[in-house]
Design a protein around this ligand. Structure first.
Ligand SMILES: [Zn+2]
Length: 373
């Protein structure tokens, strides 16, 4: 074992034992300087300092030029937790205490946005750094938007569930679908796709919860993945049902940068719906009796991917705000679970099941991309 690896192992071991805040292990990433950027703007973007960038890259002056590649080491602190890990800040509660429990963000939307972006960049850099070079990349050229349902002020569904004998636990939809979105993000990046999230969180990436009764807390710190939008810096810019169309705006901006015909939009939910059976549902766009045929075809492929012998998946056409005016080649909303169903609400609490959810949806994306070739 080399010295660096040994030190990393030692430090992560210490973090667990002492439950101390430790810097994100082995964290460094590369940034290609774009036109108009300065040492200061880059430092700000990545939560580091101009001095640190100069030191690491052995720069003699404050000048940087477009195309230059800089190594960066963002100052992100990692906190261990039974339902974590968390970055920047850990939730105050160890689990969702009751239905109405919530933790408003202690930072401004602007700060949460900068932190969330940095965290996502680090996540992305780490996925690509750990990827083996010879991997097949069947989604190369595809742009995929993942829209984690709810977030910010709007938690989506909150249902009570039981753990063990009589212990009550609470499942908050937005926290769980965000986790599934990140698991998909990772898989899709490894398959060669460009991926964008409409909503981002400043304090967590993929989270395993062991044991599953340490449920995720309803935090209200998520923001839209849009720099300009968050400049307004009012709590009103946090995701909520009144600004749903912002999701489509973020998605369209990303889709327009790529090739037409090679983009997909997937909104992720696990709603409380007493009117339908448990199990997954893929919703395609249908408005005033007119069906978007590409959206429906994508939903059909997704149904096959989500189908399980004991839990059949369904499809449905609806007129939903996130599917309207959406420029993606095909757009759907996936109800991963119906948390009205006790068994569905139980399942989503386990990270292994969420990993399987992510795997199935990505299978559906791959199948659709293959069909289009
Ligand atoms: Zn929902």
């Amino acid at each position: 074992m080399d010295k660096l690896r040994f030190l990393r192992l030692l430090s992560s071991g210490l973090c667990v034992v002492l439950l101390l805040a430790c810097p994100l292990d082995g964290l460094s990433l590369f940034h290609k300087v774009r036109k108009g950027e300065s040492l200061w703007s880059i430092a700000r973007q990545y939560q580091t300092s101009p001095g640190a960038i100069k030191r690491i890259n052995k720069l003699r002056s404050n000048n940087v030029y477009p195309g230059q590649v800089l190594r960066l080491t963002p100052r992100i602190v990692k906190y261990s937790a039974a339902n974590g890990p968390y970055y920047y800040r850990k939730p105050g509660a160890g689990r969702q205490k009751h239905r109405n429990y919530r933790e408003p963000s202690r930072s401004s939307p602007r700060t949460d946005y900068v932190r969330a972006r940095t965290l996502l960049r680090v996540f992305d850099a780490q996925i690509l750094a750990n990827a083996t070079k010879k991997r097949r990349q069947p989604l190369k050229g595809w742009r995929i938007v993942l829209d984690p349902g709810h977030g910010g002020i709007d938690p989506g569904a909150i249902v009570s569930n039981t753990a063990g004998k009589d212990e009550r636990v609470y499942v908050v939809e937005d926290e769980y679908v965000y986790d599934i979105a990140l698991r998909m993000y990772k898989r899709l990046r490894l398959l060669g796709a460009e991926v964008e999230l409409t909503v981002i969180s400043p304090n967590h990436l993929i989270r395993d919860n062991l044991p599953a009764n340490t449920t995720f807390v309803h935090e209200q710190n998520e923001v839209y993945n849009d720099e300009r939008y968050n400049r307004r810096n009012s709590e009103k810019v946090r995701p909520r049902s009144a600004n749903l169309s912002q999701r489509v705006r973020v998605a369209n901006r990303f889709v327009k940068k790529g090739r037409r015909g090679k983009s997909l939009f997937i909104s992720l939910h696990a709603d409380y719906n007493p009117g339908r059976p448990g199990g997954p549902l893929a919703i395609y766009h249908k408005r005033r009796g007119r069906t978007d045929s590409r959206s429906r075809s994508f939903a059909r492929v997704m149904r096959s991917a989500l189908n399980q012998p004991d839990l059949p998946a369904r499809i449905q056409g609806r007129n939903l705000a996130v599917l309207r005016n959406n420029l993606a080649h095909a757009e759907i909303l996936v109800e991963v679970h119906n948390v009205h169903d006790k068994n569905d609400a139980w399942k989503i609490r386990y990270h292994k099941n969420r990993e399987r959810n992510a795997e199935r949806i990505v299978k559906g994306i791959l199948a659709y991309a293959r069909k289009k070739r």
